[in-house]
Design a protein around this ligand. Structure first.
Ligand SMILES: N[C@H](CCC[C@H](N)C(=O)O)C(=O)O
Length: 293
């Protein structure tokens, strides 16, 4: 007797998830290579609400399209929306795979492109995040403006510098980030009509020509302890504005990331830590009472 419709068991029940973090950014890795399906947005939301599993990003591994790649990553935010990039999650996925295979160089793919990852130490990885995109259509912004100086006209903030690292970022350089309440400002600016695909909102405080303090409100998730693509975007924006050189240490509430915007090929390199927390097999309770939209 087959169960069907609302009574069918969620196909994620029985799968193992791996809880990790990258500089404090809470990451859940779900390996679905060979499974032939992806979680639905409501599954991603149910996982984000499950006691003990709360994540900032869910990194789902699927089969690689090319022979030299290990996996394709589909990235979910807490609200079930997807992002084409996640720097901290990419390091966590690289660690999960490197521990399985012993590889020290890995190639991963997302819908934004291919990423090369190198293992630098037992728990440290460098990701070649590719080139930033600075055109207004690429970020994307709603209309043609100077992406280095976007007036959003809110909250006593200066103009923002906007950068895509495969996902949209707006960075405000301020003298003191604690003078602003990002928990209030973030959700308003995330949905500003200037950002047709919403945006990750960062406050950045230059401390030296190679050191920047950063706090991030992430699209689809909220305040996080660290955001790798925001650190990359901030390094690029700071160099563009003459506030920093091409190397910068970005200090986030959860830890430091090193950013190098390479002159030779325009790519942004990000180096940072990973931490393994626990693995757990998903049970049906995770998906009980789940929303349907
Ligand atoms: N935490 C991630 C970014 C997640 C992206 C996301 N919030 C979006 O663009 O929707 C990082 O380390 O890069």
């Amino acid at each position: 007797m087959g169960l069907s419709g609302a009574f069918a068991q969620n196909p994620l029940v029985g799968r193992e998830v791996h809880k990790m973090n990258g500089a404090g950014n809470a990451i859940l890795v779900l390996d679905l290579r060979g499974a032939g399906f992806l979680p639905r947005p409501e599954d991603a939301r149910a996982l984000a609400r499950a006691p003990g599993l709360a994540y900032d990003q869910l990194m789902v591994l699927g089969d690689a399209a090319a022979r030299d790649e290990t996996a394709f990553m589909t990235i979910f935010n807490q609200d079930g929306s997807r992002s084409a990039s996640c720097g901290n999650g990419t390091r966590c996925v690289a660690h999960y795979l490197a521990e399985q295979t012993g590889a020290t160089e890995l190639r991963l793919a997302t819908s934004a492109g291919k990423l090369k990852v190198s293992r630098e130490g037992p728990l440290a990885y460098t990701v070649d995040m590719g080139p930033p995109r600075l055109g207004w259509r690429d970020i994307p912004l709603a209309r043609e403006v100077d992406t280095a100086s976007v007036e959003l006209g809110h909250f006593g903030l200066p103009s923002a510098s906007c950068v895509s690292m495969g996902n949209p970022h707006a960075i405000f350089f301020v003298e003191e980030i604690d003078a602003f309440n990002l928990e209030v400002i973030g959700p308003k600016l995330e949905f500003d009509p200037m950002f047709p695909q919403r945006a990750n909102i960062s406050l950045a405080q230059p401390l030296a020509s190679d050191h920047i303090r950063l706090k991030v409100w992430e699209r689809g998730t909220g305040l996080t302890l660290a955001c790798g693509t925001a650190a990359c975007a901030t390094g690029v924006a700071a160099a563009r504005a003459g506030l920093a050189g091409r190397f910068a240490r970005i200090s986030l509430p959860g830890g430091d990331l090193l950013i190098h915007w390479r002159e030779a090929d325009d790519h942004v390199e990000m180096t940072g830590p990973v931490e393994v927390e626990f693995s757990r097999v998903l049970d049906a309770a995770v998906f009980s009472g789940q929303d349907e939209s």
